[in-house]
Ligand binder design. Structure first.
Ligand SMILES: [Zn+2]
Length: 382
């Protein structure tokens, strides 16, 4: 039998271990890598609310501004400097320091290390360096509804973590690793973190998808419409793990089937806005399809000759939310193009609605990942 004094000591030691070992939300952990996320792009004015706000010249490591207590400051870009509440500081890049763990910039809650960069004397960008696990938690909820099955959210967490690390390697010489927008991943800030996101993140902590021991380019999209795409047909580069697979799991997706009608006149206007030289459109035809039937080349017949566009460029001209994928067919009738298509997004890698469908059928996140990415391993990095 242990003496009561020893018992108390053991309970105390266990408690200390428990406190140390249980991961706490959002706090830095030296083993976890950080990512630099561009949270505001080309913005002229920042409204910053926080506690004990300080601004430091990042390059010279000099204090520029201190404001103890709760404060609200306005920061804007100026010629060769940064304007803070109408005072000019000759710095290109400033680091924002605050207490209380969180600050609000233009209504968005942010944590971690923040840098403000004057990019062209008129506009600022804001870069948020945060630990990868916090980033993934915010992202999981921005990318997938929180009421989706946990195995789908776990798959999204591993995929998002992997994609972030791949991006980080690619952007070593730039101010940031990740955009927050459409082409990178959607990061809404700390407001988007919730318990379900953290549950998916903590259950897969440090896990990434690798090929040959390196993080893969873990592309993903909303829904594939029945079959995913080979990477070389979508982005021009063949990755051995981004191969087309049949997907019968995303039939429930809202854009599994979609329609869109566009008049020739409207297509002409959109082409002119994008800088093409024409004044009228007279015809439209599809010239080439990929092995999965996605449009590789489409021809627009105009008064200035033919314009051949690849499917992705055409989506950019018409609008990514209008021409929702390149898996479409088109009929021309009375100066109008009637598109009907399947799926939403580029079609490469994981189909998010497919992950939802697989999780509903009882597959776990590992099975989901191995279904959409071939010959890969799931490894724990930290
Ligand atoms: Zn699918």
């Amino acid at each position: 039998m242990l003496k009561p004094k020893h018992k108390k000591l053991i309970i105390f030691i266990c408690l200390i271990f428990f406190i140390i070992l249980v991961p706490s939300h959002g706090y830095p952990d030296s083993a976890v890598p950080t990512v630099r996320v561009k949270v505001f792009d080309d913005i002229s004015t920042l409204h910053i609310e926080g506690k004990d706000i300080q601004l430091i010249d990042t390059y010279k490591n000099l204090y520029l501004f201190r404001n103890p207590g709760i404060s609200y400051i306005i920061v804007s870009a100026a010629k060769n400097g940064i304007m803070v509440n109408k005072a000019l500081f000759p710095a290109r890049m400033v680091t924002l320091i605050f207490s209380g763990g969180m600050v609000r910039i233009n209504g968005k809650s942010l944590r971690g290390h923040l840098e403000i960069v004057n990019i062209d004397n008129k506009h600022l960008i804001v870069v948020n360096e945060i630990n990868l696990e916090s980033y993934v938690a915010g992202l999981v909820n921005a990318e997938m509804p929180h009421n989706w099955p946990i195995e789908a959210l776990k798959a999204q967490a591993v995929v998002a973590r992997t994609y972030a690390l791949w991006q980080k390697e690619k952007h070593l010489d730039q101010y940031f690793d990740m955009d927050t927008g459409f082409m990178d991943q959607v990061y809404l800030g700390a407001d988007a973190e919730d318990n379900k996101g953290w549950e998916a993140v903590n259950a897969t902590r440090g896990q990434i998808i690798t090929y040959g021991g390196k993080p893969i380019l873990a592309m993903y999209h909303s829904s594939c419409g029945g079959e995913t795409e080979n990477s070389e047909d979508a982005i021009g580069y063949k990755y051995p793990y981004l191969r087309a697979v049949k997907c019968n799991f995303c039939r429930i997706a809202p854009n599994f089937n979609w329609k869109y009608a566009l008049r020739f006149k409207a297509l002409a206007d959109r082409l002119i806005v994008k800088g093409y030289n024409l004044s009228g459109v007279y015809g439209f035809e599809i010239l080439k399809r990929s092995r999965t039937q996605r449009v590789m080349t489409a021809r627009v017949i105009t008064n200035r000759g033919n314009i051949d566009l690849d499917g992705v460029t055409l989506r950019g001209v018409i609008g990514y939310d209008k021409l929702r994928s390149t898996l479409f067919w088109a009929q021309v009738k009375d100066n109008e193009i009637f598109f009907h298509g399947r799926g939403f997004g580029h079609g490469v890698g994981m189909c998010q609605w497919g992950a939802y469908g697989m999780a509903k059928k009882g597959y776990n996140y590992r099975q989901i990942i191995h279904y959409y990415y071939q010959h890969v391993d799931i490894e724990r990095m930290y």
